[in-house]
Design a protein around this ligand. Structure first.
Ligand code: SIN
Length: 295
């Protein structure tokens, strides 16, 4: 369905989330009316792509700041040195050093869920997209946390009511280090010195704008439900991760150079697709915006 919106064209995706916007130049400041329409589209579709905007880091940072306070990622080596609120994601190595994070987003997750105040919004801009013979690789997949919650049986909704779980960057670090080998395994002391402690968040949170309930457990970071024995906690978390993986809740974004993809980290979870390798290059720049403590 194509909807004529005053300031741009918006096309909804087929499933519960996702929409595409064209006819918008973000290299210059957008006026307040246009900005409100973008926010409205985000609240309705949870994931939107604004096409044809290959931005500089300062332009991406300036547009991102319209939504709130940009977060400075805990991984210093992956930040843009001149614009530290911009974080590089790539598979490229230059002068023997990885450009940004080489294993970002490999598990289903919501950005910076390991902080007391996780990201409300992420903006990801495609600079280089891996492609060969017309086939594009490195899609980003999204799962509607709202649709996933709505589809839970009533008994499960009651069981989750009031439960909280630990979300850990330190946990994720070594999980990725062991599974993908693209970062060193760190000792407990090193993890504690470099990264924040776990954040305890409700398993079901309420969206601060839409008021809808969202399932908030992340395969990559959520590792223990408070007050439950380990085996019960593991089994329940796995059941919820499996539930979120149901394609009925999904939107899959196939990238074009210049796409600016934006997503609501309460309403959706996401996951990168690792189906390419050098010499196919992927280079993305990302900014996340601080949200409120999940409630
Ligand atoms: C992310 O998890 O923020 C990155 C996703 C991607 O690179 O596709």
């Amino acid at each position: 369905m194509t909807t004529a919106v005053k300031m741009f064209d918006l096309q909804s995706a087929a499933g519960p989330i996702g929409a595409s916007i064209s006819g918008l130049d973000l290299s210059e400041p957008v006026d307040d009316t246009t900005f409100s329409a973008i926010e409205d589209a985000l609240n309705r579709h949870a994931v939107i792509v604004i096409r044809d905007n290959l931005l500089t880091a300062p332009q991406l940072a300036a547009f991102s700041r319209r939504f709130g306070s940009p977060q400075i990622n805990v991984r210093k080596e992956a930040r843009n040195a001149d614009t530290p609120e911009i974080f590089w994601i790539s598979n490229i190595t230059e002068n023997g050093k990885p450009v940004g994070s080489h294993d970002a987003g490999r598990y289903w997750h919501s950005d910076l869920c390991y902080l007391e105040a996780p990201s409300k919004l992420t903006l990801l801009n495609a600079i280089e997209v891996p492609a060969r013979d017309g086939q594009v690789f490195g899609d980003t997949q999204f799962a509607s946390a709202t649709a996933a919650y709505d589809a839970l049986p009533g008994a499960m909704k009651s069981r989750l009511d009031g439960l909280e779980a630990a979300n850990g960057y330190r946990y994720m670090w070594n999980k990725k280090a062991h599974e993908f080998g693209l970062r060193p395994v760190l000792s407990e002391a090193e993890l504690e010195a470099r990264f924040p402690p776990d954040a305890l968040h409700p398993i079901v949170r309420t969206h601060p704008v839409t008021g809808r309930k969202c399932l908030y457990v992340c395969e990559g970071y959520t590792h223990a439900i408070a007050g439950l024995p380990r085996d019960e906690s593991d089994a329940l978390l796995q059941e919820l991760f499996d539930h979120l993986a149901n394609p009925a809740f999904h939107y899959r974004h196939q990238w074009r150079v210049g796409d600016l993809l934006m997503w609501d980290n309460c309403a959706v979870q996401h996951k990168a697709t690792n189906d390419y390798d050098l010499p196919l290059r992927r280079l993305m720049q990302r900014c996340t915006i601080e949200g409120t403590a999940p409630a």
